[in-house]
Design a protein around this ligand. Sequence first.
Ligand code: 6PG
Length: 478
Amino acid sequence: MTEKANIGVVGLAVMGSNLARNLASREGNRVAIYNRSVEKTNQLTADHPEANFIASESIDDFVASLSKPRTAIIMVQAGTGTDAVISQLTERFEKGDIIVDGGNALYTDTIRREKEVSAKGIHFVGAGISGGEEGALKGPSIMPGGTKAAYASLGPILETIAAVAEGEPCVTHIGSDGAGHFVKMIHNGIEYADMQLIAEAYDMLRQAGGFSPDEIADIFSEWNKGELESYLIEITAEVLRQKDSKTGEPLVDVILDAAGSKGTGVWTVQTALDLGAPVSGIAEAVFARSLSAQHAQRAGKPELPAANQVWAVEDKPAFVEAVRRALYASKIIAYAQGFDAIRAGAKEFNWEINLGEVAKIWRGGCIIRAQFLNRITDAYRKDEKLLSLLFDDYFVAAIAGTIASWREIVAMAALTGVPSPAFASSLSYYDGLRAKRLPAALVQGQRDFFGAHTYKRIDAEGSYHTLWSGDRSEIKTD
Ligand code: 6PG
């Protein structure tokens, strides 16, 4: 009898087949593969005869081809398909076996599934996997949740396929049940913000600086050598250099300006609203995609009153540097807000998430990988309980070095009518965070006026209400 597989993959669309190939390429792994329609399985084995696969045409054969504890990674489109495969596997798996969901599942679904599956003694691990098709094949960043016991068995396998950053695999046990998918969701939220910020920087360079897409590509390539070094900056330069094969125009000018989404950014914002975590940069990025997609409305009235000023850039190198600084500062805010949201989620769901470890496994493989994640790792290593990334010495200095340019760029964009929702909201968040007093005191007064919602005082304990429609004296309510 042939040797059994130590791991299996169900779902062989591009992410699943690439992950299966990645697994099979690592020493010591034998990979069981199964797809609902057998054509995909046949295609994969035909294209990669060298791969150490055991292909099955039925779920029964797939399960039988796995050594114990059986471990199967589900790579199907998140949603009902995932539930269907989970129930097929739980019917056949035994106590101690491990089901991994490697899709972009909503963390609350993962919490529910973990409860249901673990009630049968089977481990369920919701694992966020980032890096797109290439990452799945060559080394993604992996964010597994589930129990420590499941990770003890699964972790060493995942470590063989994860990206490596500074000698360390980009995978760690994030926390119990839905913690892995929660962190992947926030990763995607940061991804949205990062992409929107880069897009706004591009827009300013193009509209105000008058640079061509090729010139902006060169600017981004240059930026990619410094503190902004990241995968997203790198690929942006490539996108901007691309010419349309039909017209010869820059591809970016031919692509319809309506951004799509699959939902993880929306989930991040919905979740953050529930948690009271102000992820304003991420929210603006999600809304910017929504506005872009409202083509009919945007075309509805072309001649709306416009800007008061023209952005006349005289010193182009200085302008480019100011945009770079503003982008860097806004990007720091996006990460700071994302990490805050993870902390808020961890508190709500009783997950012990080590933020420094999260930053560490985002240094390689994932879409938001960036050089400055090393600095985030250092910040949390120095102080695990850091109240905000923005309070770490490195980031205090980084913002200090950008603040003048950041304000100037946001102000100029506003004066000249270049939409910059993510830049502007990031700066406002920063100013809100550092303000000694916020006008929230007035909001409390208003709430008390019309709804007797009460307010607290700065100089005494308890809640108070002013008798607004009476003699306007103050009463203590508790
Ligand atoms: C990743 C990506 C990946 C996917 C997003 C895209 O980390 O590899 O985030 O998960 O590309 O889902 O999301 P939108 O389609 O919503 O932009």
